[in-house]
Design a protein around this ligand. Structure first.
Ligand SMILES: CC(C)(COP(=O)(O)OP(=O)(O)OC[C@H]1O[C@@H](n2cnc3c(N)ncnc32)[C@H](O)[C@@H]1OP(=O)(O)O)[C@@H](O)C(=O)NCCC(=O)NCCS
Length: 233
């Protein structure tokens, strides 16, 4: 997987096209309620010191499929706000975001000298589980501050220190291989993970539909902790 700087007009157009889609921008906030980013604005963002953006590619064909970024990069306090989206829908739920985010965080901590990276996700967004897997720690819940289709949702806030970040191993291909081995064996037990345990593949959440049991479990753990007021990215 490659992490590409947004330095070509066609890449800027592609990424801006992804971010123009409601299914993506409804979950984001680029400050003062701005959710849609034009190619021109994206180009300005890509050149600013306050942003750090990379498109990530698929493993095999090397085509750009998603974007990971930092907004509010602060060199004095060594902090930034992380966000991301998969633009090519057919590449979702295959582990690409998780792996791209993990590699991107390594790059951000190393090259920008950051000490802490913050992020937030709208309640029920699938990325809550990814954020957890990346090692982010829950720091608070900003209540009813994010509107989707006229309904207010909470934002769940997290942070990750440089000392806590460990790049995740890319186990996607093991998992894909495990599945095909299992299919070939004709088993009815479903796919196995690398440790030989069955792989659970839950349905995913959507606005107003807190999708899975796992989302609830993550959120149950989150609900009792402190409140934090930091918002836009
Ligand atoms: C949220 C979003 C970025 C997730 O991207 P993604 O690439 O689908 O995420 P991943 O594939 O890394 O992880 C999703 C699931 O795939 C699973 N997965 C990982 N490897 C896999 C594999 N080899 N085969 C099948 N599934 C796999 C993960 O376990 C995860 O499952 P879970 O969510 O049930 O725990 C994407 O849905 C998106 O762009 N949404 C719109 C924008 C948005 O909401 N951004 C987040 C706000 S910052």
């Amino acid at each position: 997987m490659k992490l590409l700087p947004l330095d070509r007009p066609e890449l800027l157009e592609l990424v801006a096209g992804w971010l123009a889609r409601k299914e993506n921008h409804q979950w984001l906030d680029f400050g003062n309620g701005r959710q849609i980013i034009t190619p021109t604005l994206l180009k300005i963002m890509a050149q600013r010191e306050t942003h750090f953006l990379r498109a990530f590619t698929s493993e095999r064909e090397d085509i750009p499929i998603g974007i990971v970024g930092l907004n509010s990069v602060d060199r004095t306090f060594k902090t930034a706000m992380f966000w991301g989206a998969v633009g090519e829908k057919s590449f979702r739920n295959r582990g690409y975001s998780t792996v791209a985010s993990s590699k991107f965080l390594t790059l951000a901590f190393r090259d920008l000298g950051l000490h802490a990276i913050n992020t937030w996700a709208v309640d029920h967004n699938q990325s809550l589980r990814i954020i957890e897997r990346l090692g982010f720690r829950f720091v608070g819940r900003q209540r009813q501050c994010h509107y989707i289709d006229g309904r207010a949702y909470d934002r769940v806030m997290f942070d990750l220190l440089a000392s806590e970040h460990k790049e995740l191993e890319d186990d996607r291909w093991h998992r894909v291989e495990d599945r095909s081995i299992h299919r070939e064996a004709g088993s009815s037990r479903g796919p196995l993970d690398p440790r030989g345990q069955p792989l659970a593949r839950p349905a995913h959440g959507a606005p107003g539909k807190p999708g899975t049991e796992r989302v609830h479990r993550v959120q149950d753990r989150l609900v009792d902790c402190n409140h934090n007021d930091e918002g836009s990215r």
